[in-house]
Design a protein around this ligand. Structure first.
Ligand code: BES
Ligand code: MN
Ligand code: ZN
Length: 478
């Protein structure tokens, strides 16, 4: 989709005019450039009692030059950017397939730039499909790109252009994350993820990608990742993303860590077959990190940021790790494996410790970590665990702003204690029962976030937040 901004000039093949409730006569500019007859049709439709501008009100007007759609968006003072985004998405999904790809949207009286940009964002985000493994039989129609022109009053357009550029840039990251997430596990395995990251970095001056392969992981002692991934013919790797690696050198910067299990069969503690195909989603944390770096790069973000993804395929085989095994992790702490299906935390143990070594301002990890968070929050919200209230609040606010809810969850000490009471190792990878499974997992991860001295010489843990996205990552077929 190509999105442009202009004043009220051309009319397009399809013209959409989003109107507020109570609009009794055609706003200035709404009919500019239309033929007399089309103009009259639009004006009389707007003044008629059939169109009130309520949400879901919709009238199509046919004219020689273009098809005109009046779109009701409800009360003006109730319009939020979240609602605008939803309107944009719905508007796009309702567009006729066969009436042309040149869309003009006229934002007349009552629209501000923020809401216009959100409307465009909704359209851009909704313009997504994953069809690379399907034969096409629509004569290539679907392939041609949509051209969207957002029209607004001249004095708005310059700033609007910047805002729309920003949302489209961010959307390239969202779409990349979706593409990676949709890839099946036979196509996208750990090393292939690494290869794509390296390829992505090529030719980009201010990004660096480094991949630690199986041999390197062994040298480094990253046995959390190795043990989980060694049962597969596709060996594990760790991928480092660095944006603007040469700036803010003496400043602490964020590090974002992603769980990247390209397929989670459960390993020797194998899962049931029903729905097992969905477990290709178990790398959505890593896909989000990759997409984030694309979005940051595309928007021209100037600060330094680090990312780490822990890539492995969790498979049963003669070489797989087993229940009862004890792992020497990168941190030096040992893990008693009680369940090979609790593998995400094992790989993140190494990723979080590595992240801590970078002395970051904060660490955020994203992981499709537990079925338990889906029981708690369904598909409505991400579970947000943190050792730092201010970081937690900022994440919650950022999520609210884009309508991606992060719901604060407690790091209850009792569950943490379960995880540190192994009879044979420092920590165990499964708690003492089913209850509070997502909190158990978070309590486990917390053991692998380093402490450091603050300026008063006290040891405190690095600010860290864990996002359990098992419920909010893509729902395959849903
Ligand atoms: N990848 C799964 C969690 C998951 C479940 C993600 C459903 C998306 C949808 C994770 O590795 C897992 O298997 N967790 C176990 C942990 C248990 C064995 C302690 C779980 O939640 O059941
Ligand atoms: Mn698992
Ligand atoms: Zn998993």
């Amino acid at each position: 989709m190509n999105v442009e901004v202009s004043e009220f000039l051309e009319t397009g093949e399809i013209m959409i005019i989003p109107l507020f409730q109570g609009t009794e006569k055609a706003p200035n500019n709404s009919t500019k450039g239309l033929s007399r007859s089309a103009s009259i049709a639009v004006k009389s439709a707007i003044s008629s009692e059939k169109f009130e501008g309520k949400e879901k009100d919709r009238i199509s007007i046919w004219s020689e030059e273009c098809q005109i759609i009046l779109l009701g968006v409800g009360e003006k003072n109730k319009l939020t950017s979240k609602k605008s985004r939803d309107f944009g998405a719905k508007c796009f999904s309702n567009l006729p397939e066969n009436q042309g790809r040149n869309i003009v949207i006229r934002f007349t009286v009552g629209w501000n730039n923020e809401n216009i940009a959100s409307f465009a964002e909704g359209m851009i985000l909704r313009d997504y499909s994953f069809e690379k493994y399907q034969k096409k039989d629509d004569g290539g129609k679907k392939d041609s790109e949509w051209s969207i022109v957002c029209q607004a009053t001249k004095r708005y357009t310059e700033e609007l252009e910047l805002e729309i550029k920003k949302v489209s840039s961010i959307a390239t990251g969202v779409h990349l994350a979706r593409d990676l997430g949709n890839e099946p596990a036979n196509r996208l395995y750990p090393e292939e993820f690494g290869r794509r990251a390296l390829e992505w970095a090529k030719g980009k001056e201010n990004v660096e990608v480094e991949v630690w392969n199986f041999a390197r992981l062994k040298e480094e002692g990253m046995n959390g990742l190795i043990e989980v991934g060694k049962g597969s013919i596709h060996k594990p790797c760790m991928v480092f993303f660095r944006l603007n690696p040469n700036v803010d050198i003496n400043k602490q910067v964020p590090c974002i860590v992603g769980k990247g299990i390209t397929f989670d069969s459960g390993g020797i503690s194998i899962k049931g077959s029903a729905g097992m195909d969905e477990m290709k989603l178990d790398m959505h944390g890593s896909a989000t990190v990759f997409g984030l770096f694309q979005a940051l790069h595309a928007t021209g973000y100037e600060g330094r940021v680090n990312g780490i993804t822990c890539m492995a395929e969790n498979m049963p085989s003669a070489e797989a790790y087993r229940p009862g095994d004890v792992i020497d992790t990168y941190s030096g702490k040992t893990i008693e494996v009680l369940n090979t299906d609790a593998e995400g935390r094992n790989v993140l143990a190494d990723g979080l410790w590595k992240a801590s070594e970078l002395n970051p301002s904060y660490i955020i990890d994203l992981a499709t970590l537990t079925g338990s968070i889906v029981v708690a929050l369904g598909h409505e919200a991400t579970g947000l665990f943190s050792n730092n209230d201010s970081l937690s609040k900022r994440i919650k606010k950022a999520g609210d702003d884009v309508d991606e809810i992060c719901w604060p969850m407690p790091l209850l000490p009792a569950f943490e204690k379960q995880m540190t009471s192994s009879k044979i190792a420092d920590v165990r990878n499964q708690g003492k029962g089913r209850w509070g499974g997502a909190i158990q997992a978070a309590g486990f991860l917390k053991q692998f976030v380093q402490e450091r001295e603050n300026k008063d010489g006290e040891k405190t843990q690095i600010p860290w937040a864990h996002l359990d996205i098992a419920g909010t990552a893509g729902i395959w077929g849903g």
